[in-house]
Each structure stands twice: as structure tokens, then as C-alpha cells.
Design a protein around this ligand. Structure first.
Ligand SMILES: [Zn+2]
Length: 596
């Protein structure tokens, strides 16, 4: 996703968009073109303002969806049917659509209500002026666009050579840029391949940062591909996710990245190269790309790609790190995994481990296992373990990517659970038929659950303490910053029909831990049905902001309907609230036993 606060305006160095906004109800037409020559008409809008003006129109007065645009705060916009949409969320999605040249339709965010009428322009393209011709292209914006005043080095910058920055500088730099942990974690692999190949690791590392939005992968390619460099498949048709190569591990992705560059600069690949390597070696310029300045138009179509890379390189080289003592390599115990009954997948947070049909990478991939998945070990061969997954699939995994676990251990110990009591402060949430406020109920149940979890040994983080207004963005940030293991949002339902009743639980299919989110939702829903005995409305998917953007498994429970007389009466009782907390506790316990 786009980060507005960084240098988005830099896009306007090459891109200016002219737009016509109509006053009401929403927008009519948008025309985009660029004129950068002296004689032409030159329309220039700060990019943020442009997007804001769209957002104002999307959420414009009269459709009742926003409360106070002028404050430019993040508002949770309530719609009983669709849940919550957030100004910032819509804005970001819209910006993403614009810059990717995709269609955007606000209907995606609502199922009913007036917002459904507010349709965004069907198609917007950004145009770039390139050697006198207007070129339409989808321009991927990244938060690291070079500022307009960036002065590239006078001399060309070679790709091959000794490392010009240390891995510590790279990691510190990545941290300062709010990189995802996965990018920080992979840095040493870049430096290791730098030594093996002679290619300067910092060059490829900033490429990875640039192409993955600092490891956040907000440009459409999902992290599970382990594709750090936007490498396409051998016969890729387009530039979409399907066309992108997928690698077994993050480390394999780094190897491919170096091999890919090797084809550019004329070095030999390390190990078996990926399919696209061959395609590159057939290009007229293959082996002749010596300097970073020549990557534009080759690595990606953008003509100023090298400026991004050079700009980021200048940052990384100027990153200061404190001297620290040389770490002594610890004694690596060779664990005898064959003796172990259970193991947990131990890959970085968002990458996957392949379950294969046999004990080598030559065998087919049967499944992709996320960090924490508990596997039963039934056999071993060399470094490979034959395992059974929680879903009952049998296959082989490599022993380097798992760690032994003891299933008799307290599943809460060492776990960070985020409890998100819905609503709060000026946002009361749903209002019960006799006046019970959702925000009061959710906090009470949340605090009860907090106590139980803490007593059981978990670390609990509340997204709000007391009766406070809290934006969805903040709720997500709290969870992501804490690197929590699991996120549970507590809500109660409301509907115009007073007969509507029952319990339901949501997860988001776009959450980066979709399978485990689903598993979590199932455990919570099952325990709630057992404890409360209300109608089982089931486990459902919905792209609520707090479920979509949380970087850990997450679920949202709707305990019961406040608009139903009987259920509201139940929810007023302390016993029902205690039972709700108990159910959530048990659901979390069941979940954590399978996922650690
Ligand atoms: Zn709610």
C-alpha cells in the first residue's frame, strides 16, 4: 500500500495529472496527461492533494459516510451492512488503483447504502512524457521515490565490485524506512551472495527494497513468492502476479536475484538458474550492463529506475551504525530431528515452507506451510522429515526449516495476543434495542479475556484501554508493531431486522496468514456456539480493515445481535460476558496448540 506521507509528490517530476472534478454527487471525468515541455500547458498538482480531492469526492458530503474531512484524520466509517471502511483505506486503495492503472470502484467497499452510488472513474491512466511522445503506463509508486532535488552521482556507478556498504548499514537503513522484518532478516543472505558472485550486495538489496516496498509487497505480488526482484516466469505474458516467478524459500529468491543480475552483467549463475535467466541471456545487451545507470528500461520499463536505485544507495551508504563487538558464532548443535515427535515450521514470518511428495526439492509441492504450523514427524531421510500436517496431508519438509516442539507445553506461554475491543469513545458502535452500547460490551468482554489470558501466561496487548476513540489504523499498527502472534477483534452485531440473531466470526481472505486466520476463526466460532448456545451463523470472510492489514492471523467475532431483544438482554448479563470471554479463551487455546 502506498504511504502518503513519503515523497509521493516526486511522481510529479515526470507525471502531472489534469483533472476535472464536478461538484456533486461525485466525479464525472478525469483526464490525465503530462506536458513537461516549456511551451505546453503545465498542470501540476501535489500528488497528495490530488488524492485527497478524490477522497473528498468519494466520501463527499451528502452520502453521509464521513464525519469531518477537514481534520484529515483517519475515520472509521461505519456501515452496518459492510462493517467499517476507513477514509485512509479508501484513499490508499484508490491511489494504488490510480498508480497501477487499474479500475477502482467504491462499490467494493460497501454492500448497500448510499456509498454504493459513489462510483469512481472507470479508468485512470497516468501518462508520462517520454522523448516527445505521451506514453501511457501504469506507474508503480513506491515510498522511496527520489526527491526532486536528488542529485545523482556525476560518474556512473558499477554493479560489480566490492561491497560499498555493510550488512549492518543495510539493516539499520531498512529499519529506518519501516521495512518489513522479512527484508531486514534477509539482508545477510544478500551479503553472502555478494561475496560469492562479486556483485555488490547493497545494489541488489536496495533493488529488493524498492521493488517490494521495503518488504511490504504492497504492489500486488504476495510475499509467499519469495520473489525479491520482480522476476518474471520464463514465458510470462503480463506483469501481474501470475506472471511472477515463485521461489521455495527467501534464500532461493536471493539466489535467483543474483543469478538474474549475473545475466545482465555477464557473470556465471550460481546453481541451477531460474527460467527467466535464459530469456535475459538472449537479449542483445545481456552481459553488457555494467553500471546501475543502464538498468532503466531493462530491469523495469521505467526510464528513471536507476535514479531510485542510486538515491537509495546514497541513503544506505550514509547510514551510520554503532560499532559492535564481533559476535562469536555459537555452537551449532546438530539436533537429531528423527528423535522428535513434533516440529513447528520455522521460516521467517511470512514466507512458506514447501511440503513435498518426496525427500528432495525434485519432488512435487503438495502444500505451502506457514511459520508455526505444527507437524507430526513420522519418518526421516537425511535432512528431510516425513511429516503429517494439521490438515492431515503427508509429505516431506527440509529439517533446516523446522524446530522441535513439545506439545505438552502451555500454549499461551510466550505468546502475544492482541485483543481489539470494537469501537470506543465517540464511536459507540451498535446501539442495543434498549440502549446497550456495543463499545461498552466489547471492552468488558475484552478485559475479561485479557485477565484469563494473562493468568495463563500470555502477553496481552489491548488496542484500546478504557472508553477511547481508536482508529482502525491504530488498532492494526498496535498489533503489527508488537509483532503479535494473534489478533482477535470483539464486536456485537446489529441489523435493521430485529429478528436477526446468532453468532458469527469473520476472517479476511486477503490477510497474509489467510489459512491460519480461517483456522482461528473456526476455533473461536465453535467455542462461542458451545458456550453461548446461540444460532450458528458460521465463519465468513470479509475484508475488514483490521483483518486485512494485520500481519498475523486475525479474526473478528460478532457475539450476538444487539438489535435483537433476547440477545441484547443476554449480552447485558455478566454471566454471558464471562461465557463469551471463556469461549474466546478456549478458541485461542485450541488455535495456539496448532500454531506456535
Ligand atoms: Zn462493531
Amino acid at each position: 500500500m502506498l504511504k502518503k506521507n513519503k515523497t509521493m509528490a516526486a511522481l510529479l517530476v515526470v507525471t502531472t495529472v489534469l483533472l476535472f472534478l464536478v461538484a456533486s454527487p461525485v466525479l464525472a471525468a478525469v483526464t490525465g496527461f503530462v506536458a513537461v515541455d516549456e511551451g505546453g500547458i503545465y498542470y501540476k498538482y501535489p500528488y497528495d492533494e490530488l488524492l485527497d480531492s478524490y477522497a473528498l469526492n468519494i466520501l463527499g458530503e451528502g452520502n453521509g459516510l464521513y464525519e469531518d474531512y477537514a481534520k484529515k484524520e483517519v475515520y472509521a466509517l461505519k456501515d452496518d451492512q459492510s462493517g467499517y471502511i476507513c477514509y485512509q483505506d479508501v484513499l490508499d486503495r484508490f491511489a494504488e488503483a490510480v498508480t497501477m492503472g487499474e479500475k477502482f470502484n467504491l462499490n467494493r467497499y460497501t454492500e448497500s447504502g448510499e456509498a454504493g452510488k459513489a462510483e469512481m472513474p472507470q479508468e485512470i491512466k497516468l501518462a508520462r512524457f517520454n522523448d516527445g511522445s505521451v506514453v501511457y503506463s501504469s506507474i508503480k509508486t513506491t515510498p522511496d521515490n527520489p526527491p526532486p532535488d536528488f542529485d545523482p552521482p556525476r560518474t556512473k556507478t558499477p554493479i560489480v565490485g566490492a561491497a560499498g556498504a555493510t550488512v549492518e548499514q543495510a539493516q539499520k537503513w531498512a529499519e529506518k524506512n519501516d521495512a518489513h522484518q522479512r527484508l531486514i532478516d534477509i539482508a545477510p543472505e544478500y551479503w553472502s551472495f555478494g561475496e560469492k558472485t562479486g556483485i555488490r550486495p547493497e545494489v541488489l538489496f536496495v533493488q529488493a527494497a524498492h521493488l517490494t516496498d521495503f518488504g511490504h509487497y504492497s504492489n500486488g505480488i504476495s510475499p509467499e513468492y519469495n520473489n525479491w526482484a520482480g522476476i518474471l516466469k520464463k514465458d510470462a505474458k503480463g506483469d501481474d502476479a501470475d506472471g511472477h516467478e515463485s521461489f521455495d524459500t527467501p534464500e532461493e529468491g536471493v539466489r535467483a536475484h543474483f543469478n538474474h543480475m549475473a545475466a545482465y552483467v555477464g557473470l556465471k549463475p550460481i546453481g541451477e538458474p531460474h527460467g527467466r535467466y535464459q530469456v535475459i541471456t538472449e537479449q542483445s545487451w545481456a552481459g553488457a550492463v555494467i553500471n546501475i545507470d543502464e538498468l532503466s528500461g531493462k530491469w523495469v520499463s521505467s526510464e528513471d529506475y536507476h535514479l531510485h536505485i542510486l538515491y537509495l544507495l546514497s541513503q544506505i551508504k550514509n547510514t551510520e551504525v554503532e560499532d559492535k563487538e564481533e559476535e562469536k558464532p555459537g555452537e551449532t548443535e546438530d539436533r537429531d530431528l528423527a528423535e522428535v515427535k513434533h516440529v513447528a515450521v520455522d521460516v521467517s514470518e511470512v514466507t512458506v515452507l514447501h511440503l513435498r511428495s518426496g525427500p528432495s526439492t525434485d519432488h512435487d509441492i503438495l502444500d505451502r506451510l506457514v511459520r508455526g504450523t505444527v507437524l507430526e514427524v513420522v519418518d526421516s531421510e537425511g535432512k528431510w522429515l516425513k511429516v503429517i500436517t494439521p490438515k492431515g496431508k503427508e509429505g516431506w519438509v527440509h529439517g533446516d526449516y523446522v524446530r522441535p516442539i513439545d506439545l505438552t507445553k502451555n500454549p499461551f506461554k510466550g505468546k502475544k495476543v492482541v485483543i481489539d475491543p470494537g469501537h470506543g469513545g465517540i464511536d459507540s458502535g451498535a446501539i442495543g434495542i434498549t440502549g446497550l452500547l456495543e463499545k461498552e460490551l466489547t471492552l468488558d468482554v475484552g478485559e475479561r479475556l485479557q485477565k484469563m489470558l494473562e493468568d495463563a501466561g500470555a502477553t496481552v496487548i489491548m488496542t484500546r484501554e478504557g472508553d477511547r476513540s481508536t482508529s482502525n489504523r491504530t488498532r492494526v499498527e498496535v498489533a503489527n508493531d508488537a509483532k503479535a502472534d494473534v489478533f482477535v477483534s470483539i464486536h456485537a452485531n446489529a441489523y435493521s431486522n430485529p429478528d436477526s440473531n446468532g453468532t458469527e466470526t469473520f476472517y479476511c481472505s486477503q490477510n497474509s496468514n489467510r489459512d491460519f486466520s480461517k483456522y482461528l476463526a473456526q476455533q473461536l466460532q465453535r467455542e462461542l456456539i458451545t458456550e453461548l448456545g446461540l444460532r450458528d451463523r458460521g465463519v465468513k470472510t470479509r475484508s475488514f480493515y483490521v483483518l486485512k492489514e494485520t500481519e498475523m492471523p486475525s479474526a473478528l467475532v460478532e457475539l450476538a445481535f444487539l438489535t435483537n431483544k433476547d440477545e441484547e438482554a443476554l449480552l447485558k448479563k455478566p454471566e454471558t460476558r464471562a461465557a463469551s470471554a471463556e469461549a474466546l479463551f478456549r478458541g485461542l487455546e485450541a488455535y495456539l496448540r496448532k500454531h506456535r
